[in-house]
Design a protein around this ligand. Structure first.
Ligand code: FAD
Length: 453
């Protein structure tokens, strides 16, 4: 790897241990803006960057630090491989926009160094070939099946004689510790106000129309509001009578020390995965084995999630541990004058399952001799899933003036395109992607829902 870049070490902060590069928010909370954005993860900051670029007065409020939740805890793949054909336009547009962001905002850590799934048998290779067939003409043209010999050429140090692989050369990754903060700096250069340590308690609603936000530091008038609070969407909007069908899933990951002579790019085999980072180290993860805390929403939403539960039953485990208990204790109703659940619990820090990274490290080291090392950092985060496993990027019909991005199981990849769709909807531009598949109303207007992968 030619251009190695050091990655930040995790920091102990008043909000707990955080991974993202530090960012100092603005001291002043503006009193009136055109757009208020709630949530400083990757979706919120990209929307701020786009909207500020269109000359709007933008405020982004983050309850703790930027990227304190999912966006700094992602594994970091930016990819289309093995995703449902219906997601291909979203994946392709997102990958195009990630390259644009890297060129325009500075170092996000985005690299197109390829993603490969290795196949142990002809059956697995046939499965990959079947997927490739299903995205013919709509996926990246360069994605291809590698023969056993081509697989050996790409991974010359591999100990196993693999039957072959599927390779997406235009897939790759970004650095979750860098990307949100890099985009936020660029949004600020365009004039966006970014205020951290500032929870938004409630929406300001007059005559059925959203007209601002009430934060812990005062109120702000805003013609339009975007909620990009991810794991908090169902709780926050439920307080306003808006039903968001989404569940929380927790996932653990880790990384090695820098500078290991492991496999090129990103990859996975069966259940374990790697991503070569810009510091020459590797992110370590598992493709299956997520945990679902048994929250109140699990029970309330059970019937809507039956297809997803059936499909993923073998891959997830349900837990009644600390993460579930925290949810049962959260208030469901509060007013602008009260301390909100988002202040009582600034950052979601789910239980870390260290076996994920330890197993990935051991399996990687067994396969690639240069991957012998130790797990340098362990972390966990919350993913959100919807009943059809499609994200939501939409206006909220029930509350005119309110927009929403949430339910992103693969949201680091999709953020540029989803933020772009919502920015277009907010400003009356024609979105470059058809927004129809991502609208919130699909869950309520009788549309047939198909579970996607
Ligand atoms: C372990 C793990 C691995 C993953 N791997 C990948 C991957 O390889 N590729 C991929 O594409 N995706 C991956 N994801 C998913 C991806 O990380 C998320 O989909 C994406 O980061 C979501 O971004 P976001 O901006 O919507 O949410 P977040 O990053 O969660 O940001 C939401 C922000 O809103 C703030 N907030 C919430 N409520 C309020 C409020 N009321 N007031 C103020 N602020 C508020 C929160 O503090 C938070 O910072 C992974 C996720 C996890 C946890």
């Amino acid at each position: 790897m030619a251009d190695r870049i050091a990655l930040p070490e995790p920091r102990d902060t008043p909000y707990g241990r955080l991974r993202a590069a530090p960012f100092h928010g603005d001291a002043e909370l503006p009193r009136e803006v055109d757009v208020a954005i709630i949530g400083g993860g990757i979706n919120g900051v990209i929307a701020a960057w786009i909207l500020a670029g269109r000359g709007l007065r933008v405020l982004l409020c983050e309850k703790a630090e930027l990227a304190c939740e999912a966006s700094s805890r992602a594994f970091g793949w930016i990819s289309e491989l093995l995703l449902d054909p219906i997601k291909m336009p979203l994946n392709l547009e997102s990958k195009r926009l990630w390259a644009q962001l890297q060129a325009e905002v500075g170092e996000t850590g985005y690299r197109r160094n390829g993603l490969a799934y290795l196949a142990a048998s002809q059956d697995e290779l046939d499965f990959y070939a079947g997927w490739l067939d299903s995205v013919k003409g709509i996926g990246s043209e360069c994605t291809r099946i590698l023969t056993a010999g081509e697989t050996r050429d790409r991974f010359p140090d591999a100990r196993t004689a693999w039957a072959g692989a599927i390779l997406a050369p235009s897939d790759g990754g970004t650095e979750p510790q860098l990307s949100t903060v890099a985009v936020a700096r660029a949004a600020r250069e365009r004039g966006a106000a970014i205020v951290t340590g500032c929870a938004v308690r409630t929406l300001d609603i007059a005559g059925g129309q959203v007209c601002g936000i009430h934060t812990e530091r005062g109120s702000v008038r805003a013609a339009k509001v975007l909620f990009a609070g991810n794991a908090w969407s169902r709780l926050f909007l439920g307080n306003h009578g808006v039903d968001i069908p989404q569940l929380m899933i927790t996932m653990s990951a880790g990384r090695t020390q820098p500078d290991l002579a492991g496999p090129v790019g990103c990859g996975g085999v069966d259940a374990w995965a790697w991503r070569q980072q810009v510091d020459g180290g590797y992110s370590l993860g598992r493709l299956r084995g997520q945990r679902v805390p048994l929250t109140r929403d699990c029970i309330q939403l059970f019937s809507r999630f039956v297809p997803l539960i059936r499909a993923e039953w073998a891959n997830v485990s349900v837990h009644m541990g600390r993460d579930a208990r925290a949810d049962w204790r959260r208030a469901r109703r509060w007013s602008a004058g009260e301390i909100s659940p988002m202040e009582r619990e600034r950052v979601l820090n789910p239980i870390i399952d260290r076996s994920v990274s330890d197993t990935s490290m051991a399996l990687n080291a067994r396969e690639f001799p240069g991957m012998t090392g130790t797990v340098h950092e362990y972390w966990s985060g919350v993913l959100t899933a919807t009943p059809d496993n499609m994200p939501i990027a939409s206006a909220v019909a029930k509350l005119p003036g309110l927009y929403l991005i949430t339910g992103c199981s693969y949201g680091l990849t999709w953020a540029p395109a989803l933020a772009g769709i919502v920015a277009d909807l907010m400003t009356g531009h024609t979105p470059s992607l058809d927004p129809h598949p991502y609208r919130l109303e699909r869950f309520f207007d009788g549309s047939p829902l198909r579970l996607t992968h």
